[in-house]
Design a protein around this ligand. Sequence first.
Ligand SMILES: Nc1ncnc2c1ncn2[C@@H]1O[C@H](COP(=O)(O)OP(=O)(O)OP(=O)(O)O)[C@@H](O)[C@H]1O
Ligand SMILES: [Mg+2]
Length: 510
Amino acid sequence: MNAVAQAQAHASAAAVPALAFEGIVKRFGPVQVLHGVSFALQPGRIVGLLGENGAGKSTLMKIASGYEAPSEGVVTVGGRAVSFDGPRAAENEGIVLIHQEFNLAEDLTVAQNIHLGHEKRGRFLLDDNAMRQSAAQVLAEVGLARHPDTPVRQLIVAEKQLVEIAKALSKRARILIMDEPTATLTPGETQRLFALMRRLQGEGVTIVYISHKLDEVEHICDEVVVMRDGRFVAREATDALTRLQMAQLMVGRELSDLYPPRTPAPADDAAPLLRVRGLTVPGWAQDVGFDLRPGEILGFAGLVGAGRTELFEGLLGLRAASAQVIEIGGRPVRISSPGQAARQGLVYLSEDRKGKGLHVDFGLAENLTLMDLGRYASPWLDRAREQAALRDAVAEYGIRTGALDVRASSLSGGNQQKLALAKVLQPRPRIVILDEPTRGVDIGAKREIYLLIRRLAEEGKGVIVVSSELMELIGLAHRVAVMRAGHLQTVLPNEGLTEEELIAHATGTH
Ligand SMILES: Nc1ncnc2c1ncn2[C@@H]1O[C@H](COP(=O)(O)OP(=O)(O)OP(=O)(O)O)[C@@H](O)[C@H]1O
Ligand SMILES: [Mg+2]
């Protein structure tokens, strides 16, 4: 073949998309969530898939990877129409999905999870050694320093995410779909993941990257595809768009400032609503003390692993913990469980939405009223009141759902987060502790949650926000507490506070 023919052959090969959607429609019963989506992905590219919560990103990618079947339309791989009867069939075509919501078996080990459904066999039995070895190899690739025999139950959320990624890598995908892989990762882990993605791209792998973190999308993606309300709306080179333009394509309207103006800080001498002294959670947090005043938004910053989540799990009785003083409204209290705390006016939103926040197999109404059953059961459960409460919550928190009588698992990731938030606020608490309240939430809904947090403070409630997004804390909080390696380093008033300053305290380099 001469050079021209070679170039032509190359050009026509490159024109065959790695993956293409043609008129994809998806209905769940009477609810239509995808309305004829068509677009194609060129091989070897990293493509960002953007859209508001509920836009249909995860659903479309579940269709591409065999977890859902399209109601209408065709998926092609390398130009051939395919139809999958399950994820294994898609894996055989080289398509692997890393789920937005983890899909790990908690009781199995890391190595067993990585090989689940693809167990290596010796002559008669499973070859545990071979599985352990290959698991160790992919764990090293994603940078998770855990023994392959560790039970998944013992891992923190970020580690579970790395196991999900390792599991997908071990399948040697040609088309790798990542649904919000960095929602729970530290900046360091994220950088390592990006390096890995670049390496895979160099090997010709096509990557779909779903994220609400537009700075990451800008950094890692060659191009972006934007969906809105179950439809394709745009496809552009990443360089051609600013972040604001990306966000505007997602929401379909002009966007103003993300952060609402802060409410005035509460008076220094106001009596604390919550007073904590000498709170110790063995192995995670030592001798932590702080005050939360009425009308105050107190941020908690720190690196993943600094002990913030565990500190509050200890406070709520979800982990073994001891404290010298815990007072609510000046009265000493003992807290043994989240339910009991709620009766004393303190509620907690867990960062582990699926594990500890929602019962995803229950309906929306059941989830909403679970913490506050007293109001709806007198003595029988009042279904009409429960439905009315659900309708109110759907409107107030902007929960997007096709129907009201569905399970929580059928909500999109960001809408599950809104439901979890609505649930903890049902008992009308005085003190609200929110761990990563905007994780997985789109840019428009984030602002709604910020407004809600501000409104709670204006009503005189005390709000604690644990967040890995420093700009979020700087935009919202009156004071920011910084934890490092289980110790409360400092509590900084938020006057001209910068990200650099917070990072310096969190890493101990100030
Ligand atoms: N099994 C199901 N039954 C009914 N409705 C569903 C089901 N799965 C998804 N949906 C609906 O389809 C719509 C699209 O959801 P999807 O999870 O694809 O959104 P998404 O773009 O991934 O959002 P997010 O950014 O919040 O993850 C949502 O309105 C959701 O409630
Ligand atoms: Mg999703």
